[in-house]
Structures are given as structure tokens and as C-alpha cells.
Write a protein that binds this ligand. Structure first.
Ligand code: HEM
Length: 416
């Protein structure tokens, strides 16, 4: 039987734009219960774990990041600076070579090197909260947390953290949907970052240290090594992919714990639950809800023809709540041994390069916060970012905690 062209199928419509968090999940669930495939504003979406994994591992589907200029209505930029190759948009042998070369610099062991810095940064940020135990958690902790870690990873000195922070903010304008007006800021920030990293690379060639750039310089495989341009691109990718993600994921996790106080108490009493708390938060409320692919050729998948150029969004949020894959998917429980791996780091060739680092950052931050912020409650509603944001989470999370108990050692809770 010939494959049916995708546009001929009678599919549910899935639109999450403008929806509240729970309504967005309900919309995904409604679409998933009708069909494995849904129609969206931009193309199509898969929402089941099996299909999300299959599409992300299918090399005929390419990252849609390279199509950002077209999707922003500015195809003329496709050949310009914004189009500069990034590891996130590379495919095939070129991507495989780069991943092979950089993999040794992104192991759990290299992430562990930064754990003392992570603890110090979080401790310092908590110490800066006023004596009344109230704060807007995103501004107080999440926003400043990742930049010093990425700077330490790269080897940039403390006095330059603010520079990195402003470059990251400007480069992130690429996702604002107002590319025409943002382009000068994006280009200037990227050029400054590249020049800065270029200087650092020259310095590390002469004086290697314990940092990512020195590791990247040292990496050599069968005579192949990274060029200065490739290292600068990686530094930019790490800054872009490794700051707003962690920041939003931490805010998502704490917003969740504020809704589940018994789980917060449990984490406080049992910091050894941190790795499971991190995986469960990533599963239940991931900061990356979806990632987008396009068919690089005519692709037949499950007897459906996706003509070349068709856009397919893979719903990581949907996969993480797929009832076929998870028992009680809508329960947040940090004690459950879940047999399936959560999908918020993606899958396939673009699987998050910084997953070990992100896990370490969250594993260090959450138990420390639980220890120092007992009795955490929200003092107002969470202001969520719009659901269509690529990297998503609370824009504002007002909280209060019991300062009086903050320095006392935790006691195991009586129940649960
Ligand atoms: C909780 C935090 C994070 C989440 C949820 C996250 C999520 C993701 C996802 C879903 C992808 C795949 C995108 C796709 O398939 O199109 C990805 C790729 C990537 N991430 Fe992360 N990420 C996080 C933290 C980090 C950190 C800390 C770094 C810094 C080292 C990082 C660096 C990267 C890079 C370089 C890629 C591109 C890999 C490639 O294309 O081969 N990420 N991330």
C-alpha cells in the first residue's frame, strides 16, 4: 500500500499558543488520545514517547534551527551571520565529527569538577535574600545562577561574568520573533563574544588550565582537532544552550515543589533523593517543551509521507506524560523508581551535550535550597512565560520560606 501524504490525513488540531500550563498539557493529551500525529500552526506534531524518540533518531529529519530566518519571515538572513553554523543546526558527518571531538570535555566527571562552584554560587545567592524570607525566586536565584557556572566552565574570570550575561541576553533575542529590529544587537554580542573567546583560546594555547577551552585545545583524535572558529562556535552554543535552559528548569522545579510541600520536606530530609528529584522535575515540568525538525527529503514514517520540507515538532512534554510509557504520568513523586528515561534533554544526535552539567547544577541547587528554604510557599501566582517559548518556565515566582528554621538540620517528616 502506498504511503498516504500527511496533508490527506484527518488529524486533530494541536495548538498550545496562548494556553495556560495545565490547559497546554490537556490539549496535548486530547490530541494524543485521538491520533499519534497532530496538525499544528507550523506543520505537525508527535506527542507519544515512541514517535518522539523515533523522529529525533531518524537522520532524515533535520534540526529546524537552520530554518529560523525563514520561520521569522526573513529568508534573506539565511545566508548571513544568523545562519552561522551551530552544533545545534549541523547534521550528518560534520555534526558527528564535532560531537566525537567534544564529547570528552562534557562527561559527568568534567561536570563534577564544577560542583563546589555550584554550591558556592547557590549559597551566596540565598545569603543575599532579605531576613524576612521572601523573594521573587526567578530574579533572586534562577536568573543569576547559570552564568558564573558557564564562565567557570569556559575559564572566564569573575569580573567578566556581567559581560557574558549581557551577551547571552542579546544573543537570545534571536528567539523573540522580532529579528529585524534585534539583529544589530545579536550580531554585536556574537562578534564581541567571538573576539573574547578568540583571545582566551590564544591564552590557553600558551598556558593551559583546568577549563573547557584548555580541554578542547588538548583534544585531538587521529590528527583531527578543533579549529579556533569551531571552539568559538562551541563557546557560543554552550552560553546559549546552557544558561536559559538551566535557569528555567530550576524555576520549573521550585514552582512544582511549592505545589507539593511534602515532596520538598522529603528532599530536605533526604538530600540523597536529589538525582531522582531532578529527573522527576525534568519529566513532569521540563523547560524545553518541544524541539522542531523538518523532513530533509521525502520521508515515509508509519505509512505516512512527509514531503521534503515538512515541519514536525516533537513534543517532549507530551512524551514525558505518555500513559503508554509511564505509570501514573500525571503524578509528581520524587520517590518513584521510574524505569523510563525522561525526554527533556531530547534524543538522537542532538541529545543535550550539557546534560551532565545541567544535572549537576540542579542536583546541587535543589537540596541546598530545600535545606535553606523550609516551609517554602508561594506568596502569589506564578507568572508563566508564553507556552510557545522554546525555553519555557516561570517569568515570576514569588515565594516565602521559614527563615527561623533555615539553619537548623532537617528532621525526617512524620509521614510519606
Ligand atoms: C535543564 C537544562 C537543559 C535542558 C532542558 C536542555 C535541553 C536540551 C535539548 C532538548 C537539546 C536538543 C535540542 C534539539 O534536539 O533540537 C539540547 C541540546 C544542547 N544542549 Fe542542552 N539543555 C540544558 C542544559 C544545557 C547546558 C547546561 C549546556 C551547556 C553545556 C547545554 C548545551 C547543549 C548543546 C551544546 C546542545 C546541542 C547539541 C547538539 O546539537 O549536538 N545544555 N539541550
Amino acid at each position: 500500500m502506498a504511503a498516504r501524504p500527511v496533508h490527506e490525513l484527518d488529524l486533530p488540531l494541536l495548538t498550545t499558543i496562548g494556553l495556560e500550563r495545565l490547559d497546554a498539557i490537556a490539549a496535548i493529551e486530547a490530541a494524543r488520545s485521538r491520533h499519534w500525529l497532530a496538525k499544528t500552526e507550523m506543520g505537525y506534531s508527535v506527542t507519544r514517547l515512541e514517535d518522539v524518540t523515533a523522529i529525533l533518531r531518524d537522520k532524515r529529519f533535520h534540526s529546524a534551527l537552520s530554518m529560523l530566518p525563514q520561520m521569522s519571515g526573513m529568508p534573506e538572513l539565511a545566508e548571513g551571520r544568523v545562519r552561522r553554523q551551530s552544533i545545534l543546526s549541523m547534521e550528518g558527518d560534520e555534526h558527528a565529527r564535532l560531537r566525537r571531538l567534544v564529547a570528552p570535555a562534557f562527561t559527568p566527571a568534567s561536570a563534577n569538577r564544577l560542583r563546589p562552584t555550584m554550591r558556592a554560587v547557590v549559597t551566596d545567592l540565598i545569603d543575599q535574600i532579605g531576613d524576612d524570607g521572601t523573594c521573587e525566586f526567578v530574579a533572586a536565584i534562577c536568573a543569576p545562577y547559570p552564568i558564573p557556572i558557564i564562565c567557570e566552565l569556559l575559564g572566564a574570570p569573575r569580573q567578566d561574568w556581567k559581560l557574558f550575561s549581557s551577551w547571552a541576553t542579546d544573543i537570545f533575542r534571536i528567539f523573540n520573533g522580532t529579528l529585524e529590529q534585534d539583529l544589530p544587537f545579536i550580531e554585536r554580542a556574537a562578534a564581541e563574544l567571538t573576539a573574547y573567546v578568540g583571545d582566551m583560546i590564544a591564552d590557553r594555547r600558551a598556558n593551559p588550565r583546568h577549563d573547557l577551552l584548555s580541554d578542547l585545545i588538548a583534544i585531538e583524535e587521529e590528527g583531527d582537532r578543533l579549529s579556533t572558529e569551531e571552539m568559538a562556535m562551541l563557546a557560543e552554543a554552550v552560553l546559549m544552550a546552557g544558561t536559559d535552559t538551566t535557569r528555567n528548569q530550576l524555576a520549573c522545579a521550585v514552582a512544582l515543589f511549592a505545589e507539593h510541600p511534602a515532596q520538598w520536606d522529603l528532599l530536605r530530609a533526604h538530600p540523597e533523593l536529589a538525582p531522582r528529584a531532578v529527573e522527576e522535575s525534568l519529566r513532569y515540568l521540563g523547560a524545553v517543551r518541544a524541539t522542531v525538525r523538518f523532513a530533509s527529503e521525502d520521508v515515509v514514517y508509519r505509512d505516512v509521507l512527509f514531503p521534503r520540507g515538512t515541519i514536525v515538532s516533537t513534543s517532549l512534554a507530551g512524551a514525558n506524560r505518555d500513559p503508554e510509557a509511564w505509570e501514573q504520568p500525571n503524578e509528581f513523586d520524587i520517590t518513584q523508581e521510574r524505569g523510563t528515561a525522561q525526554m527533556t534533554f531530547g534524543s538522537g544526535i542532538h541529545f543535550c551535550l550539557g546534560a551532565a552539567l545541567a544535572r549537576a547544577e540542579l542536583q546541587e541547587a535543589l537540596p541546598l535550597l530545600a535545606q535553606r528554604m523550609p516551609g517554602l510557599v508561594r506568596t502569589g501566582p506564578v507568572e508563566w512565560k508564553p507556552a510557545n517559548f522554546g525555553i519555557w518556565g516561570p517569568a515570576k515566582l514569588p515565594i516565602r520560606f521559614d527563615v527561623d528554621y533555615a539553619s537548623r538540620p532537617a528532621e525526617p517528616p512524620a509521614t510519606s
